[in-house]
Design a protein around this ligand. Structure first.
Ligand code: NAG
Ligand code: NAG
Ligand code: NAG
Ligand code: ZN
Length: 323
């Protein structure tokens, strides 16, 4: 498989975004730290061939240490048209601003890669949530690193990372509400550093060997058992499942424990991998956990396009636009 090398466009402009959810503090503190480091570099006037744009996505929610003020910012990036009213939700207004800074979405001027930093209260380690499959060469030292794929090919993507030409979310946990834990913060910092190193090495023309990578594809969400009248939850995640993200769940395995002490079992007909188990922010979305199928995917060797290939691409893009 490594005989064919796939050539991809250069990635000269990368954006690292934190605070898209204002209470996910690792990303907030990391972007602030990178902004400080950036200022030092600029004072020394060092030439940096890669442009890295640092963005604090939802300042108002960060100030209040809340996920969002009016509505989930990370669901606002669908193709919206027309003027917005003055009393529009804050996040709608902010999403337009971010679309202008990082995008516009679907436009050749958009940044090449958006890395959006999140964290989860679930015990998931470091995860890359992708719309396409790729992989970073190096493994992280202490944290398990995984790839999750949400198939959105038939739906319009709505997340911040969809504004760039390419994008992904880095999700890391467990870390509770409004808390920063140094192990999680450090793992995220190392993850971002790896990603930026990878882009620099890629842009410089190095060939990355192909190979296999395990990808978790989201199949479905499962809600908590609820009272049919009040809609209140009647059970919590079973202790045998709590914190066991990415451990195979078999049909008839315990899944929930009701508040009266009864065990409820997984009724699916195939074993699947649970993740986002008991994510705090997903109670309001009606998600107790998500289930994924694991696939092994072959990744071809990749290399950056030559100058000529890039020129040819630009022309192709321009003629598509005219159509
Ligand atoms: C982003 O901006 C472009 C150009 O102004 C517009 O066409 C598009 O609908 C905007 N998308 C969002 C999500 O705001
Ligand atoms: C359902 O939940 C609401 C809000 O948390 C609470 O006020 C109410 O008492 C609950 N109802 C029952 C029957 O437990
Ligand atoms: C997925 C998600 O939104 N995760 C959580 C990250 O951590 C913060 C607190 O630091 C939670 O509030 C989020 O819900
Ligand atoms: Zn988040």
């Amino acid at each position: 498989f490594s005989s064919t090398v796939v050539c991809l466009p250069r990635l000269p402009r990368v954006a690292v975004c934190g605070g898209t959810h204002g209470n996910e503090l690792s990303g907030v503190y990391l972007v602030r730290e990178l902004l400080k480091a950036e200022k030092k570099v600029m004072e020394k006037e060092e030439e940096e061939p890669l442009s890295v744009l640092m963005v604090l996505s939802n300042p108002r929610a960060m100030q209040q240490c809340r996920r969002y003020v009016d509505t989930d910012l990370n669901r606002c990036f669908t193709h919206a048209n027309g003027p917005i009213p003055d009393d529009a939700p804050y996040e709608i207004i902010r999403s337009r601003e971010l679309n202008a800074t990082l995008g516009p979405k679907g436009n050749p001027e958009a940044v090449d890669l958006v890395c959006d930093l999140h964290n989860t209260t679930a015990n998931m380690g470091l995860c890359f949530i992708l719309r396409v499959t790729c992989r970073f060469q190096r493994q992280m030292p202490d944290v398990p690193m995984r790839y999750i794929h949400f198939d959105v090919s038939n739906k319009e993507s709505y997340s911040l990372d969809s504004v760039g030409k390419h994008g992904f979310a880095m999700e890391i946990g467990p870390q509770p509400h409004g808390v920063v834990r140094s192990n999680i913060y450090t793992a995220m910092k190392v993850g971002v550093q790896h990603m930026l190193d990878w882009v620099r090495i890629f842009n410089s023309g190095t060939i990355f060997e192909g190979g296999c990578v395990d990808v978790f594809t989201m199949i479905k969400h499962i809600d908590y058992p609820r009272d049919s009248e009040t809609r209140n939850i009647t059970a919590a995640i079973h202790p045998q499942v709590q914190d066991r993200d990415f451990c195979l769940l078999h049909p008839e395995d315990p899944l929930f424990q009701t508040f009266s002490g009864e065990t409820l079992r997984y009724k699916g007909n195939e074993p699947l991998y649970p993740f986002f188990i008991n994510e705090c922010a997903y109670y309001e979305k009606g998600i107790a956990l998500s289930l994924a199928r694991k696939r092994r995917v072959m990744i071809p060797a990749i290399r950056v396009q030559t100058e000529q290939q890039q020129q040819a691409n630009k022309q192709e893009f321009a003629s598509e636009e005219e159509e």
